[in-house]
Design a protein around this ligand. Sequence first.
Ligand code: ADP
Ligand code: MG
Length: 193
Amino acid sequence: MQFRGAEAVVTVKEDEVIKKRIKKGYRHPELDRELRQQRTKLEARLLSSARRLGVPVPRVISVSECEIRMEFVPGKSVKEILSENFHEDVCFEIGSGLGKLHRGGIIHGDPTTSNMIYNGRVFFIDFGLGFFSTRKEDMAVDLSVLFESVKSAHFKYLNEIWENIMEGYSKENPESEAVCCVLRKIEKRKRYA
Ligand SMILES: Nc1ncnc2c1ncn2[C@@H]1O[C@H](COP(=O)(O)OP(=O)(O)O)[C@@H](O)[C@H]1O
Ligand SMILES: [Mg+2]
């Protein structure tokens, strides 16, 4: 199976997944190659660091210029799981996983429920927009992306889901109070915009 995103082509095989960053025609060819190489290297480093923090992520098999080969994670997307029903334990794990990443200085960049796979544990995938940071503002924006994805995909159980996500998050990130404070400001700004 193949997924074509804006930045990458992802080829999913039985035992491995190959994520290849594609050329952007509007960029200078050399600059384009440089940027794709850097993004690929960063994404692989984020995956390895997340793994060291104990957050379930696919194992990186190899990295070359613009391509990451990684372990295939079987299971359903968390989006599908939560569309069927509310699952307290899954929500708690989404929060604790993101909390661990943040405590370890990793911002996921796109923590929507489509970028998580459930197979007994919640695996985080797609660190393509991720970066290293310990700023509370960056953590809050990450949480806000997650909140918006839950709001749009799982509105029916929004309150239950969010409550359990934040329970997991605050257990793992000692700065959660301060991060939530920034998150509330972000959400308020959005409502007035
Ligand atoms: N390690 C993996 N195991 C299983 N499926 C994966 C894995 N990585 C990616 N996928 C599948 O490929 C899709 C696209 O990969 P992703 O990294 O999210 O790329 P994009 O940046 O284009 O969104 C995911 O939504 C998921 O369905
Ligand atoms: Mg994705």
